[in-house]
Design a protein around this ligand. Sequence first.
Ligand code: ADP
Ligand code: MG
Length: 729
Amino acid sequence: MSNIRFEALKSAFEHKSAVVNEPEGKVKDYFAQDVFTREKMKEYIAQEVLDQLFDDVDNGRTIHRDIAGSVAIGIRKWAIEHGATHFTHWFQPLTGGTAEKHDAFFTLDKSGALLEEFSGDSLYQQEPDASSFPNGGIRNTFEARGYSAWDPSSPVFLIGDTLCIPTVFVAYTGEALDYKTPLIRSTATLCHAAREVCAYFDKQVKHVHANLGWEQEYFLVDEALYNARPDLMLTGRTLMGHNSAKSQQLEDHYFGAIPARVLAFMRELEYEALKAGIPVKTRHNEVAPNQFEMAPIFEEVNLANDHNLLVMSIMERVAERHHFRVLLHEKPYAGVNGSGKHCNWSLATNTGVNLLAPGKNPYQNLQFITFLVNVLMAVQRHNGLLKASIVSATNEHRLGANEAPPAIISVFLGKQISAVLDKLEHATAEEAIIINAKKEMKLGVANIPEILLDNTDRNRTSPFAFTGNRFEFRAVGSSANCGAAMLALNAAVAEQLMRFKEEVDARIEQGEAKERVLFDVIKKYIVACKAIRFDGNGYSEEWKAEAAKRGLDCETSVPLVIDRYLAPQTVEMFRYTGVLSEAELQSRSEVKWETYVKKLQIESRVMGDLVVNHVLPAAKRYQTMLLQNVLAVKQVFSADETASLNEMDYSIIKQIEHHSGAIVEGVERMTDARHKANRMPDERAKAIAYHDNVLPLMAEIREHADALELIVDDEMWTLPKYRELMFIH
Ligand code: ADP
Ligand code: MG
């Protein structure tokens, strides 16, 4: 009898690195080779058209159709010259990942003759038959009208013979059905609000934008082994598998050299990413075996997010060429670290100032403190929403576990900044801000050293940490669209800045001095946002109790965390900032619950299938072998001798009986719980039922399956084991 695990292992051992698609020349020779950059546009599009286009894009205005028409002609020319035959609108549905619909560059004229075509209209807008994309009730399927529309702020690019046009995806009624639309809205409001606040300090600031630098973690697994694990194939994670005797305890993987076959994969991945204009910079091993990370140089948040989504699909493509599969799931293996996607976020001005870094003069420093404290206020007020923006059925396994961000959002500031805030809190305006005879401002206790980047002062247990010149939102999941988290953060900070300005302006209008008002309000905020500041161990039990006392959101059940999208202060904040309407929020939560249910339903079915068709047959086969052995022994040996001889066999036979029985019974209860959940009246109730009643049974069944894996003859076990999945490369 053949065993698929051994077949898979045989293939895995034979897999060597593929021939690397080596870069030609220096990075600068091929960087952004597949992107229609602003530089290249100059060759294909008239200057006055470009001036108008760039001006509109940079100021967030809608592009006129005539301009789109002229740009489209240039785009087509460039694309066809570079081998493109098709084009696609590339968008970001709420299910995650990206979606595309390919069209050829030609059409037929009335006489049936071939006409090369790619008009402004097809650049601008398309109507993909998108009735099967989730919309949370916004768009009735019978009217199935979703539009994808060009996002001119992100450049078009080529993948093979296809021109990809980054687009937003909206309903017929204009409501957002994707992540990009509200992300763009959130950056527009944030930039406006931030610029207004900057005006207190520096009138030169005309434009502010948010930056995102993501760090993508992932696992690699050999393709043959992956194919022999139905759970990995269908759910992206292992639903069972006993811990490997050696996993990450020695931490040797983190510091180790990158294995040759993986290095070949990474080199090709980087080459492909660089050609696509993604400025990837770092690569290294992560903590768990076969876990790695890649990070680019930060970019404007909308572009950075497009690049992250693009990298995720490039990874999958390149991995296949190296006989690997890339696992973007947050928790492919129990018992070892999961994968996240740290989102480094900051605000920068057109004058080259990072608003989250201490500056060179007193005004810049006060400006820095102003923005820092406003971010704290926003994160505190919307800590529940920020958590909602990162939860999912997949990230659930990572959050709150003792190796990843805790399920309570708090902010780590570090010693230096905490000390500055403490001093300000207890200072008088005169001590903090000194205005000399020449009406120049000086900072007293508010003074801060220019260089803050202290890498030793880092708290890895914090979900939201200040790291010297940016905030690092660490709770985001590796498979997520960062847009969900970034738009919530942008909007929350925008709202806060708008409220701050209202408060400050009202007092300035009353005749108070600007510097004094700023100081007063900041001081008030420092006191008001104490609850969100936490520099201690985020994994500790004491923190959970303390956070609850502070009124922070401590909910851990994903379906209930999703409720935060509809909390009154969330709805009000998104309305005030114009980022999402209540209807859009409702539809988003619906989609989140629906996706949660579907993922757990699939997992639960696969689990049932695995134990019934893989685990139990192997266990029974082994048990039968032992039983036959017992009988044979009895025939050969005397009763006296067999008493002790059979002890071990009996014990294993009984253990197998026990675990098999528990599995059969567990599967019955799980199926029953699933059916009950499926009959629930709405998606939220279903999600809660899956969380409360199905998930715990899956964990229970797993324990028995993992116990059997330890007992059953290795040669009879059909599922690749953890040690094989994690250590073969
Ligand atoms: P670490 O693992 O120590 O957090 P990495 O070098 O892996 O550091 O990642 C740091 C990330 O932070 C990179 O993506 C980098 O581009 C980004 N980053 C650095 N400075 C800023 C900034 N001012 N704003 C946003 N992102 C930044
Ligand atoms: Mg980091």
